[in-house]
Ligand binder design. Sequence first.
Ligand code: SIN
Ligand code: CO
Length: 387
Amino acid sequence: MKQLPLGDISLETFLRDYWQKKPLLIRNAIANFEPIISADELAGLACEEEVESRLIIQESADNHWAMKHGPLLDEDFANLPESHWTLLVQAVDHWHPQAQALLQQFDFIPQWRIDDLMVSYASQGGGVGPHYDNYDVFLLQATGSREWQYGGLYDEHSPRQENSELMLLADWTAEQTVTLNPGDLLYIPPKVGHCGTAISDDCTTYSIGFRAPSHADILHNFSDFVAQDLSTELRYQDPELAIQKHSACINPQAVDQIKQILKQYIETPGAIEQWFGCYMTEHKYAQQQQELYLDNSVDEIIEAMQQAEQICKIPGTRLAFQHTDTDQSDAMLLFVNGMCCQITRQQQAFVIQLTESDSVLATDLAEQPERLKLLANLIKIGAYEIN
Ligand code: SIN
Ligand code: CO
């Protein structure tokens, strides 16, 4: 059985007592833990145009937190102070296969809920200050030591410090203080205040962050999804219009008519199912997806695949599936980076295999024309690559 990074705590206990409820510290969560990225590699990533990064420097004179968004320049690194700075690089799993493999250790939470692996690198005293997040986070110490203070629930009404754009909490009082060393893991639920401070140089922390769309985003996105296929000729109608006393009155029949229109789209069989799968698998940086084989036919791709040793998931690719039949055996939808396709009964076990590993060996594809075709299509849309 797969070893979970939860120490002595069973998954049942974690989900029942901690997940989305209260923080949990797990000492030595990952056996024989080895860092996956060096400080130099991380700095290199932060200088790349397509990588999302931030450099935060705490200016001691006025306790001001200065933030610079990447791409960073060599001179940003050359001008760093001795201490009290931190570099944050988002979605390292998109650039680093080992980071992608590390994320898989957290797939005891559905993988479509996982957002990315952020890596922070801090000098002595560095950190991002007291704050809360609207999503769950696992904080894994990779190198050096960090003191974490945490506790208390905060929200959008909590007072903020005025001296930065970081939305730091004012009047921060921690309930717990712990020091994390390499391999230790701290789980922090949404809205719980936390503040990490590097207590050594070369302090690297990996944050496994989750996707928790806001209700506003859910509504916007679902409406866009439904509306894209609707004719503008479908209109509000009132053929039963009755005489009304006051012309300005919006009567209950009119409101009902609007509720019926909205209900009709929410209740369309399969609509929410399909939308939600597409939504939760949207690529974090959709504009960066590369469709290397877009101009090649499926047959040409299959020919190239037959020369390969393995076919690999491109880091950052998001997959999910959904059984669409009540007896859970017949129909299946596969969602890939915000797209959806119907899977035949014969292909279902293979699809599950795809979601649970990063690569497919050529030997798994020999004499399997259906598998080859499915993977060729996934290569065509930039989700897999030939290695
Ligand atoms: C950090 O790694 O420095 C900050 C991560 C967080 O607070 O979520
Ligand atoms: Co945080």
